[in-house]
Design a protein around this ligand. Structure first.
Ligand code: BGC
Length: 734
């Protein structure tokens, strides 16, 4: 609890603190921060609220640095992008699977270790702050940054980001949650894209992951977004930054701007509640030129000083910005123990951690029995599969990853040469880690004949597939910051000439038509359409699986790992089924007209059958749900319990999902995810699972009173292994 200093003085005088031992208590981060703030000059305060510029040596190859003040013992505050690992070239940092993969694990403990594992490396490399916590929702699966986020559900994303945040900060590294808010697509983000979102939808969907992340994870940093929200720059919105984030949610950290063009006006941004401008510059008047890219001018340096001197930004507001910065430095442990550059990464430990995430996050989408067969095609048997042909996706060389600030450089060079190297701020070329699925498959099937074809000749691939016991086709989709996907089709050479040499859908169709057994392994950052789905026996979604993607995929293919991932976003049959039919290049107004009916809520409300529903994912064993019961508790919460049984012959984990349909008077979509538990079960084992559903998860935003209400009435709770595979029970809450 924060006790104001005058109050402490009064309490000391009255002997109150001494009586309870209070004068021995160490000062709080707030007290330490205000003591230090009192010693600072105006120039020093200004120095602490803006980045020093892009590409400075002090930034250590990361994204930016706020320069420290040695006379006061304030260290440089260095930051680096770290969506799926530290994005610093030459650092040997571990490329973890992308955040969308982490979300597919539905494992909060794994999210914690993901955060702490990446933070360990940030600190080793000298970074005090990780910019990794992207939590915008997959409203628009064509969003080029879907791989950096945690899917379409606010409760899944919010809980996972809270745990990731706690993990990051457990290593004395300041965590960031971004991009606050309404940044659900890349198109026109620097050109005034305005997300128009009604208040209830904003609160129940797009702000909710931030709310859960802030309240449960207490990040040091929240990065505001490039876009406008309801007509105001997100970084200049008093509603978002002050009323909601700071006042209502009690956020005590720093609101940091996104890097370029997020701020347009010093006074507006400062008074709205922005606490730090990035990337900033030493001189406000000029925007530097970054390889042909003209950086914008800075607003929180000389311009902010002048505004404070003129009184258009109150000194109290500047003091609050600095107080927040210092408090965060103290609370995080960075002040007492600033990270030192130059450490070396424990690559072996990183690889083990990254592989664990990959294995927990791979989703088995389909696993059918081939014609004439007696068992599902997966897992492959190393003895029964005598001849295996692996086709396409550069599976001989490695696995693909996403681009932009969420990229993680390869330690040992790109495994695949870019076909059309591009210029500009963001590369058009994918990075492929040298983790060959082909080599890993060979290692697990040492007695089989395993061959590889690069997929560029569909006819040759089909001939080889027809002759083999199993054909495994690898298919990839590259995504990057800065560009949305034109569609959800697996890209061909026309759609992505830098990374694809042929028509992937055509290849899969040709192979599936003749193969005895066909398996498709997808490495994608978002949903893809699958016109060939009915003709293949099995599909695995491996996402961007990171530096150990090859062995992780092979372990799942051969069953040494039983898949347990579940989709964190809906896979539609076609783009025509999406609420937003196209992403307009010219219309800057992006109206979230589907309102609350986003993601699975959309498909449920419109009665559209998705290709694969939210929460879907198969296992090599089977699970049954029985004995479902619901209880209304005196404190307003509900308890949902059931017996989960592993009815198959091997151990496995099931993500048991709980959804709720609210009383019809609430006017909510058909159902919402309210809780889940990932349960590990031995073959034949059953467990009684009891899950508490908080009142917050049953609440509805009232746009008239501007408050959450939990309606009384008849709730239907659903329990099951996906959003579309559930049993239900009604509970009346008074
Ligand atoms: C991205 C942020 C990133 C920042 C620093 C921006 O373009 O939107 O997510 O943290 O750059 O690299």
């Amino acid at each position: 609890m924060y006790i104001q200093r005058p109050l402490i003085a009064a309490m000391l005088a009255a002997g109150l603190l001494a009586a309870c031992g209070g004068d021995d208590a160490p000062p709080t981060a707030d007290q330490q921060a205000s003591d230090l703030l009192a010693k600072m000059t105006l120039d020093e305060k200004i120095q602490l609220v803006h980045g020093a510029g892009y590409g400075l040596p002090e930034a250590l190859g990361g994204a930016g640095v706020v320069k420290g003040i040695p006379r006061l013992g304030i260290p440089d505050l260095t930051n680096a992008d770290s969506a799926g690992g530290v994005n610093v070239v030459g650092s040997n940092a571990t490329p973890y699977p992308a955040p969308i993969a982490l979300a597919a694990s539905w494992d909060p403990a794994l999210a914690h270790s993901y955060g702490s594992g990446i933070a360990t490396e940030l600190r080793t490399l000298g970074f005090a702050e990780g910019l990794g916590g992207g939590v915008n929702l997959a409203r628009e699966p064509r969003n080029g940054r879907t791989f950096e986020y945690m899917g379409e559900d606010p409760v899944l994303a919010g809980n996972m980001i809270a745990q990731r945040t706690l993990g990051t900060q457990s290593q004395k590294v300041i965590a960031t949650i971004k991009h606050y808010a309404g940044n659900e697509q890349e198109t026109n983000r620097w050109a005034g894209s305005n997300s128009v979102i009604d208040e209830r939808t904003l609160r129940e969907l797009y702000l909710l992951p931030f709310e859960i992340g802030v309240k449960d994870g207490a990040p040091g940093n929240v990065m505001c977004a490039y876009n406008l929200v309801n007509g105001l720059q997100a970084c200049e919105s008093p509603y978002l930054l002050t009323d909601v984030l700071k006042t209502e949610w009690g956020f005590k950290g720093i609101v940091q701007s996104d890097w370029f063009f997020a701020v347009t006006d010093t006074v507006r941004a400062a008074n709205a509640g922005l606490d730090e401008e990035e990337a900033g510059a030493a001189d406000d008047s000029v925007g530097a030129n970054l390889g042909g890219f003209q950086l914008p001018v800075t607003y929180f340096n000389q311009k902010l000083k002048a505004a404070v001197q003129a009184g258009t930004v109150p000194m109290a507001r500047l003091n609050d910005m600095v107080q927040r910065k210092l408090r965060t430095l103290y609370a995080s442990g960075v002040m007492a123990s600033p990270p030192k550059a130059g450490g070396s990464i424990d690559q072996a430990a990183g690889n083990v951690a990254a592989q664990k995430v990959a294995e927990q996050s791979i989703v088995l989408l389909k696993n059918a029995t081939p014609t004439g067969g007696t068992a599902s095609v997966l897992p492959l048997s190393a003895t029964a599969a005598q001849t295996i042909v692996v086709i396409g996706g550069h599976a001989d060389a490695g696995v693909i990853s996403g681009g932009g600030s969420g990229a993680v450089p390869a330690r040992d060079g790109n495994a695949v040469t870019c076909l059309v190297p591009g210029a500009g701020l963001f590369s058009t070329c994918a990075t492929w880690y040298k983790s060959s699925p082909l080599a890993a498959i060979k290692a697990l099937a040492p007695n089989a004949t395993v061959t590889y074809l690069d997929g560029s000749d569909a006819a040759a691939a089909a001939t080889a597939a027809a002759a083999a016991d199993v054909a495994i086709v690898f298919a990839t989709q590259w995504q990057t910051e800065g560009a949305d996907l034109p569609n959800l089709s697996l890209p061909n050479n026309a759609a992505d000439p830098a990374n694809q040499a042929y028509d992937q859908n055509g290849l899969i169709t040709a192979v599936a038509a003749v193969a005895k057994r066909s398996v498709v392994v997808l490495e994608t950052g978002t949903a893809v359409t699958m016109p060939w789905l009915g003709n293949v026996n099995a599909v695995l979604e491996a996402w961007y699986p990171g530096v150990q993607g090859g062995p992780a995929i092979a372990n799942v293919l051969f069953g040494s790992v039983n898949p347990s991932g579940k989709l964190p976003l809906t896979f539609p049959q076609t783009e025509a089924d999406l609420p937003q039919k196209t992403i307009s290049a010219t219309d800057l107004t992006v109206t979230y007209s589907e309102g609350l009916n986003m993601g699975y809520r959309w498909y449920d409300s419109q009665n559209i059958t998705p290709l694969f529903p939210f929460g879907h994912g198969l296992s090599y064993t089977s699970f049954s749900y029985s004995g479902m019961a619901t209880t209304a508790n005196a404190d307003g919460t509900a308890t949902v319990s059931f017996t989960l049984k592993n009815t198959g012959a091997r151990a496995g984990a099931e993500v048991a999902q709980v959804y709720a349909a609210l009383p019809s008077s609430a006017g909510e979509p058909p159902k919402r995810l309210v809780a889940w538990q990932k349960v590990q079960l031995a073959a034949g084992e059953s467990k009684t699972v009891s899950i508490n559903v908080s009142t917050a998860r049953m609440a509805v935003w009232n746009s008239t009173t501007h408050q959450w209400n939990t309606p009384s009435g008849s709730y239907t709770f659903f329990v099951g292994g996906s959003s579309r595979d559930t049993q239900s029970k009604v509970l009346v809450r008074s």
